[in-house]
Design a protein around this ligand. Sequence first.
Ligand code: NAG
Ligand code: NAG
Ligand code: NAG
Ligand code: NAG
Ligand code: NAG
Ligand code: NAG
Ligand code: NAG
Ligand code: NAG
Length: 321
Amino acid sequence: MAPLAKLVMACLILSSTLVPISEAGSIVTYWGQYTNKTEGTLEEACESGLYSYINVAFLNQFGYSQDLVLNLSGHYSNGNYTLLGEEIKACQKMGFKVLLSLGGPYGNYSLASSWDAETVSGQLWSLYLDANSTSSALGGGAAFDGIDFHIERGSPLYYYDLAKKLKEHGAGERNKTIYLSAAPRCLYPDEYLAKAINESVFDFVWVLFYGGSVACEYNAVTGLDNLIISWNAWSLLLKKPAKLFLGVTASQSISGYIPPGVLKGEVIPQINETSRFEGVMVWNRYYDLLTDYSSSIVNDVNLIKLKKPLRNVNLIKLKKP
Ligand SMILES: *[C@@H]1O[C@H](CO)[C@@H](O)[C@H](O)[C@H]1NC(C)=O
Ligand SMILES: *[C@@H]1O[C@H](CO)[C@@H](O)[C@H](O)[C@H]1NC(C)=O
Ligand SMILES: *[C@@H]1O[C@H](CO)[C@@H](O)[C@H](O)[C@H]1NC(C)=O
Ligand SMILES: *[C@@H]1O[C@H](CO)[C@@H](O)[C@H](O)[C@H]1NC(C)=O
Ligand SMILES: *[C@@H]1O[C@H](CO)[C@@H](O)[C@H](O)[C@H]1NC(C)=O
Ligand SMILES: *[C@@H]1O[C@H](CO)[C@@H](O)[C@H](O)[C@H]1NC(C)=O
Ligand SMILES: *[C@@H]1O[C@H](CO)[C@@H](O)[C@H](O)[C@H]1NC(C)=O
Ligand SMILES: *[C@@H]1O[C@H](CO)[C@@H](O)[C@H](O)[C@H]1NC(C)=O
């Protein structure tokens, strides 16, 4: 065993008596990269009742004084997001939270300075987070519940400043809690979000255990060891109160894919024991529809000691047929 792994294991054994078992289990997904035809609408994703949180992806132009650009071109024509606003409100009525995800694999984004981060936080606030803003991009009193940081290119600087400013906007202007989440890759610390994560600005951290980080992904041949060691490191090093989620892909063609049977039979029982396990992020809604991944794990995830369930099942049942 590598020295770091040994250290992590030793610390976990020491701390395991102090850390209470996780109390909630929920599923999170990403929506917005495909078309209505292939992945359905946002409201349909919410109506499935599978997800407590949905990240709308991606807002992939920001920073350097650029205008914000949300790329959901498969869903709404010409950047008119009035209908998105209606769907967000419908999801919120069902009891689910909808976050706007920044970053992704395409586009032009980066922060030039702390001042630039402040500018971007102001743009995000007035266009997407403040329901009462006269310049809202969503209209009709709609607003996202928060912002997801899915940063995978550009400069790693100033994301902490952006996160901190976003929290301040919510607290200061409307007394609104703005939820913040991060989607780091599985090797700790993350190349782009290390500082922001270390400074505890995020409410949720969904760690991506797929997509090419071989050193920490599940592999059908080499098994689970790399994933478990990395998960344990995150469990130990991620400061509270951030909630930790296991990020998996629902697509067999992406590296790190964990078959649902392995997730339920081997992964969940092991990471459940070491606590900090709050649920699973399933990438993404489109793949999920193709493979029914979330449907096949949802009961196991929800079984994880639910004291305060995040999903409101009764509300789903009340929805129109
Ligand atoms: C996608 O669905 C939304 C909501 O139902 C609808 O407003 C929009 O026109 C649809 N987009 C396309 C390209 O069909
Ligand atoms: C955006 O779409 C809505 C609903 O289709 C429509 O009522 C509104 O006029 C559109 N806004 C603009 C600026 O085109
Ligand atoms: C918008 O997103 C789609 C789907 O991910 C991608 O193929 C396309 O290149 C993106 N366009 C821009 C301008 O970022
Ligand atoms: C990204 O934006 C910067 C600043 O506006 C600009 O200088 C650069 O050319 C852009 N890059 C791309 C690939 O569009
Ligand atoms: C914001 O708008 C809502 C209705 O959309 C209203 O109930 C509320 O009072 C407004 N808040 C402020 C601070 O203007
Ligand atoms: C802000 O909201 C919280 C609950 O969300 C409430 O307890 C608190 O009193 C509010 N503060 C002000 C100044 O309105
Ligand atoms: C992480 O935060 C602690 C304080 O909580 C600080 O002492 C340490 O230097 C930080 N590490 C990094 C890499 O930012
Ligand atoms: C997770 O751990 C809790 C507490 O020990 C236990 O009640 C629950 O059955 C476990 N769930 C799974 C899916 O292993």
